[in-house]
Design a binder for this molecule. Structure first.
Ligand SMILES: C[S@@+](CC[C@H](N)C(=O)[O-])C[C@H]1O[C@@H](n2cnc3c(N)ncnc32)[C@H](O)[C@@H]1O
Length: 316
């Protein structure tokens, strides 16, 4: 059932049977976006059909928006067009951990004139490395995701990345014209050539996400806390410029839990102490359960951990 809803001046087209939508979050979407400044770079790890991404883009932010549900990404793109903000939105269809790893990995050819920008590896065609990673909050279809059309992420590495935690990985991005799909290899050179043309056409205008992003949105309240481990060792100190990003991680707090216990879980997953956390009550979802947004600046001790280890190893 395709319908259109309006939120604060933006129009959203969606099919309720295929994607997640909750009108009760309207105020929260706008509250968070009001914290963003024009020109900032935003990563939305669980974007749905774009209720954060579209207003942020309307505000003049550049938004890297990802969802594992291909139908969500389809409607995200549709909504970007309807609201005339396509230029400010980069859409991805992959697992949220892989999305962050890919965005934050500098391309091998950083120093070359023609920089390949992993952040532009947008997923009309992308493959989730773990089909089992769809969380029930996606609301709907798990759908088979597609294939990365410009770069190959080696599947074994991705599996070990997830298994070992973000601190032990760096996604491999290869300069090959072939894309591996579930063990078989598909020739994709023609497709890649056209994709690369697309990349070159706007890579100069895109910020280097491995150098800076301002905010990361994680609205998957039942399990976003578990995804915080992706930040451990995610950034490379030698590339990063400016302040570290704000993380906005949605979660549920039950009557048996407290802000302190949730913070302990977040710190355990991120592998560092979180300074000055801000808990914002969003809404009660049940008599004993409320939705909150935990916002904090990514701790240096977490995101540069891998580099610290590497440096130590080198020194030895
Ligand atoms: C609670 S909805 C939030 C959607 C949107 N941000 C909003 O506020 O309406 C969570 C979204 O996360 C997506 N999702 C679930 N598991 C995911 C994963 N592992 N990686 C990326 N997206 C995922 C779902 O498809 C769903 O659209």
């Amino acid at each position: 059932m395709v319908t259109e809803v309006r939120q604060y001046g933006a129009t959203f087209r969606l099919d309720y049977s295929l994607v997640y939508w909750n009108s009760r979050l309207e105020h929260e979407h706008i509250r968070l976006v009001s914290q963003f400044q024009t020109g900032e770079t935003i990563c939305d790890m669980f974007c749905g059909i774009g209720p954060f991404a579209i207003p942020a883009a309307q505000k003049g932010c550049l938004v890297y928006a990802n969802d594992l549900n291909p139908d969500s990404v389809h409607y995200l793109r549709t909504n970007a067009k309807i609201n005339k903000v396509e230029d400010h939105i980069r859409a991805y269809n992959m697992d949220a951990r892989m999305f962050m790893i890919q965005l934050m990995s500098p391309p091998a050819s950083e120093t070359m004139m023609e920089t390949r920008v992993p952040s532009l590896n947008m997923c009309e065609n992308s493959k989730s490395p773990e089909s089992g990673t769809v969380i029930s909050e996606n609301g709907r279809s798990t759908g088979e995701n597609e294939i990365l059309d410009t770069e190959e992420i080696v599947q074994d590495d991705l599996a070990s990345i997830i298994a070992n935690g973000a601190a032990k990985r760096r996604a491999k991005i290869c300069d090959q014209d072939q894309v591996t799909e579930g063990g078989s290899t598909t020739a994709a050179s023609k497709k890649n050539r056209s994709a690369n043309k697309r990349i070159k056409s706007f890579s100069s205008a895109s910020p280097k996400t491995w150098e800076h992003v301002d905010h990361v949105i994680m609205n998957l309240p039942a399990s976003a806390l578990q995804f915080l481990d992706v930040f451990e060792g995610l950034l490379q100190r030698k590339y990063w410029k400016g302040p570290l990003p704000w993380i906005h991680c949605y979660c549920f707090i039950r009557s048996t839990e407290s802000e302190e216990s949730i913070l302990a879980v977040a710190e355990g997953n991120i592998g560092a102490k979180i300074l000055d956390p801000v808990f914002h009550w969003v809404r009660d979802v049940a008599p004993n359960k409320a939705m909150f947004c935990l916002s904090f600046r990514l701790p240096e001790a977490s995101c540069f951990k891998e580099n610290a280890t590497e440096n130590t190893a080198q020194a030895v």
